[in-house]
Design a binder for this molecule. Structure first.
Ligand code: EPU
Length: 437
């Protein structure tokens, strides 16, 4: 039974409680195909709310988060159909319901991406305020600030953000916060501004490739967006958008995770459907660690065959080093020949993996938003607990090289964002299997 089948068959409200059992030590060798980017697919799916007619999306990964957003979109009147293993078709059939309730939003924060499209198309959006999560405090003040700048009235009703507007008016706005730009906040304002009257300028917009992919999708639907991929994005409002066909970009975080899998096992992987230009900060750090990364004939080859050098890593907004690869990189640097310093500048509390890695024999010391990594000669298998998506990936990577058996519990976190990761790892030589508890 595939993960998808298992989760589709799990009783409602009951999380599957699978764990991964990993016997470490195998060098990974072979080819891995990288899937579509979760964080590009989710806002693009939400953007279908804006469109007349059908939206057809290719390269949408089959993930728990994607299935969860489809549940919400269906509630909001969007009909969806997935070709077997292929394209996702979305079409708005009913515009009455504008409410994304707590029971759905609390399962997935990215549900906030419906805020901008609902407000722009239906002039009303009621979305449960997402709470904090395992990676720390996650405010949405900038999303609301952006919508207010476009002319929306906002209030908090029983824990829901309620936005209303008779019409939206383009505006100039600064969307930076204490930790820099906001990815889903930029996506929300971008989507809302497409149907506003006149010109919107977003200063300090997020430059992430996932935001650019959304802008490309919206432009193909008839929007007029320029400057995406830079901190200053301009949107000239249009009267309507029509559905289009679009292929979602490859997932740079999945690609980075497999690069680290090759490096940590002293193996060699060829990654296909991988856009190296989206990973230059990661490539820079990994090369300094001593990993060989080259564009090959079919994809990107990643190989490592010697002792790893320590490096310092600071997470930053794109094009800086992604916070979504911080935990996985920490797992790698645990085995470097010396001390590394990892500083988290996006989510300063995103360190729940530190204690778990220490249980596997790592020497990690956290001081505020920084972790000092003292390299060790080996990690040892242990039962460990996944706390969030990327932390889980770090524990799996550590398990691949740890001596003995590692059991990573609560892998439903990893299923949210990695498609069949255990099957992909096993196909290149890892000894990893999913066990249902
Ligand atoms: N922030 C504010 N106010 C806001 C919004 C954000 O102060 O209104 C702060 C955040 O607290 C954080 C920083 O700004 O310190 C950046 O947060 P951002 O809004 O960019 O994060 P996000 O949009 O909620 C997306 C990804 C995350 C990824 C971050 C950073 C999606 C669905 N999620 O979250 O992905 O870590 O950008 O790159 O795109 C993951 O995939 O595992 C994941 C957590």
């Amino acid at each position: 039974m595939s993960i998808g089948d298992r989760q589709r068959r799990a009783p409602q409200g009951v999380e599957p409680v699978d764990h991964f059992e990993i016997n470490g030590g195998n060098r990974l060798r072979g080819a891995v195909t990288i899937g579509g980017a979760k964080n590009a697919a989710l806002p693009i799916m939400a953007a279908s709310i804006l469109c007349e007619g059908e939206t057809i999306l290719h390269n949408v990964p089959d993930l728990q988060d994607v299935r969860q957003l489809l549940v919400l979109l269906n509630r909001l009147g969007v009909k969806s159909e997935r070709e077997a293993g292929g394209a996702l078709h979305l079409r708005v059939e009913d515009e009455m319901n504008c409410h994304a309730p707590y029971e759905l939003v609390s399962k997935m924060r990215a549900s906030i991406c419906v805020l901008g499209p609902l407000l722009a198309k239906r002039r009303r959006a009621q979305v449960s305020m997402p709470g904090g999560c395992a990676i720390g405090d996650r405010p949405v003040n900038l999303h609301i600030q952006g919508m207010e700048a476009l002319g929306a009235d906002s209030e908090l009703v029983n824990g829901d953000i309620l936005l209303k507007a008779k019409k939206l008016q383009g505006a100039e706005m600064f969307l930076g916060g204490p930790f820099g730009s906001t990815v889903t906040g930029t996506a929300n304002v971008l989507m809302a501004a497409t149907l506003a009257e006149g010109r919107t300028v977003i200063e300090s917009a997020a430059c992430e490739p996932e935001v650019s992919d959304l802008a490309e999708f919206l432009n193909a639907c008839g929007a007029q967006i320029t400057g995406h991929g830079t901190p200053r994005v301009t949107v000239d409002g249009v009267a309507s958008l029509s559905g289009t066909e679009h292929t979602v970009i490859p997932d740079r975080i999945e690609a980075g995770t497999f690069m680290i899998a090759a490096a940590i096992t002293n193996g060699e992987l060829e990654l296909t459907n991988c856009r190296l230009e989206h990973l230059l900060a990661v490539v820079d750090r990994l090369r300094r660690v001593g990993v060989n990364i080259e564009r090959g004939e079919k994809g990107v080859t990643v190989a490592s065959s010697r002792r790893l050098e320590p490096v310092d890593v600071t997470t930053q907004a794109y094009p800086g080093f992604p916070t979504d690869l911080q935990a996985q990189t920490m797992a790698l640097l645990c085995l470097a020949d010396g001390n590394s310093v990892i500083t988290e500048k996006i989510f300063p509390d995103r360190f729940l993996h530190v204690a778990e890695l220490n249980r596997m024999g790592a020497h990690l010391r956290k001081e505020g938003p920084t972790v000092i990594v003292q390299g060790v000669k080996k990690l040892v298998g242990a039962p460990v607990m996944a706390s969030d998506l990327r932390a889980s990936a770090a524990l799996v990577l550590a398990g691949l090289i740890a001596k003995g058996t590692t059991r990573v519990h609560r892998v439903y976190h990893i299923d949210r964002g990695y498609e069949r990761i255990e099957e992909k790892l096993a196909s290149v030589g890892a000894e990893v299997r999913r066990v249902s508890e």
